[in-house]
Write a protein that binds this ligand. Structure first.
Ligand SMILES: *Cc1c(COP(=O)(O)O)cnc(C)c1O
Length: 404
């Protein structure tokens, strides 16, 4: 079936919650995507940060293939080698104490919020139930996750929101003293607000959160769903900031594009759950865990992580060159391969249009909010693919400007 016919079917069958671009990938290899007609797109979206090792990575294919013939799914009445090996590896690397496995970022966030509320309730009593988060943050799409997330567009229509959620201003240090008190069970933040516009936390902000959480016996949760798994050039972004949270939540690239989520916790907060407190049918699935273990082994290598920094520099240099010519961006920022290019005021609101526009020029990008173009390529995108993608992006943006 041709791409055009497929595209027609989409709106016929699907809930309109997404608006896919007209390019329909049929195969992918490395950072190149192809449709059935053989058109090629350089992929700067990287499966929205989930395809951290690009498409069709041979070692991930082997890992999945091997597991496919052994064991698919048994449920959490059993444990098995893939999940035990993954848990051991993640805990050994991070020095966190306990792990919970699920299937997505939102579920990992949900688990962390439930755990910390439950811990606070049991240890201190029912007055300690508040959750502090920050405007512009994104923590997923369950009702609790949209309520905690800092963007009204995601919670509006789902009111009344649960009690006790307090939104502060990201990077506002003085305000923290006024919102974190003894009634707070948990503070959750992304080390770099990704979906909200690629906004890195100031180091002092995260350090102050650490101090206040210690003072008020509340859990500090870092949502590393997007910043984790090498995205910033460290295995997790907290390692770069040198602030250790009590809990991290991980998903997206954990299994290189195979669905999985994880929550890693420290003592004493992990005592919030006991037998039966929480669970998941598919969480810790053998297929997902096998691929995650292999992904982790590949990403957690010094050469791969320094390669992310090298690629960051090249991406930034290319974007600055494009901008010298086109004057389309007011700021280019981010860490590692989580990069945001904010559009100049005259193009505000047009980020989604640009996302829809560029694939016909052979390059795919993402937006972060209405004003920022986001780049989340594979951590091992080749220099040649970067060069080609940037040349195509330059042409696409020049055309976009000429018709806007
Ligand atoms: C993507 C994302 C989520 C949600 O993950 P899902 O797998 O879509 O549920 C949560 N937090 C952050 C920071 C994310 O980037």
């Amino acid at each position: 079936m041709q791409s055009q016919d497929l595209y027609q079917q989409y709106s016929e069958y699907f809930m309109p919650v997404y608006k896919p671009v007209t390019f329909i990938p049929d195969t992918g290899i490395g950072s190149k995507l192809y449709d059935v007609e053989g058109n090629e797109v350089i992929d700067f979206v990287g499966g929205v940060a989930a395809a951290g090792l690009g498409h069709a990575h041979p070692e991930l294919i082997t890992a999945l293939e091997k597991q496919i013939y052994k064991l698919w799914h048994v449920g959490n009445i059993f444990t098995h080698r893939p999940q035990l090996e993954l848990a051991k590896k993640l805990i050994t690397i991070t020095k966190f104490d306990k792990i919970f496995l699920c299937n997505s970022g939102t579920e990992a966030v949900e688990a962390a919020l439930k755990l910390t509320k439950s811990y606070a309730f049991k240890r201190f009593g029912k007055h300690k139930f508040k959750i502090v988060s920050f405007y512009k943050s994104f923590h997923g799409r369950t009702c609790l996750a949209v309520s905690v997330g800092g963007q009204a567009k995601y919670w509006s229509g789902f009111e009344p929101l649960p009690d006790g959620i307090i939104h502060g201003e990201f990077n506002n240090l003085p305000q923290l003293d006024t919102i974190i008190d003894d009634e707070v069970a948990a503070v959750i933040t992304e080390p770099i607000q990704a979906e909200g516009g690629v906004i890195p936390a100031k180091a002092e902000f995260l350090h102050k959160l650490r101090t206040l959480c210690d003072k008020h016996n509340c859990a500090l949760i870092f949502d590393e769903v997007q910043t984790g798994m090498g995205r910033t050039g460290k295995l997790f972004a907290y390692m770069d900031y040198q602030v250790t949270p009590d809990i991290i939540v991980v998903a997206k690239s954990l299994a290189g594009g195979f669905p999985i989520g994880a929550m890693l916790t420290k003592t004493p907060f992990n005592t919030g759950f006991e037998f039966g407190s929480h669970g998941s049918t598919f969480g810790g699935n053998p297929l997902a865990c096998s691929v995650a273990l292999t992904t982790l082994n590949i990403i957690n290598q010094p050469e791969l992580l320094t390669g992310v920094i090298d690629r960051h520099k090249i991406m930034i240099k290319n974007l600055e060159e494009i901008n010298q010519d086109l004057k389309i961006f007011s700021e280019i920022r981010g860490k590692g391969l989580l990069i945001g290019a904010e559009l100049c005021p005259q193009y505000h609101g047009k980020a989604v249009e640009i996302v829809e526009f560029t694939p016909q020029f052979g390059v795919a990008v993402l937006n972060a909010s209405a004003n920022v173009i986001r780049f989340l390529p594979s951590l091992i995108i080749s220099f040649e693919e970067i060069k080609l993608g940037m040349e195509r992006l330059h042409l696409a943006l020049a055309k976009f400007i000429s018709i806007n």
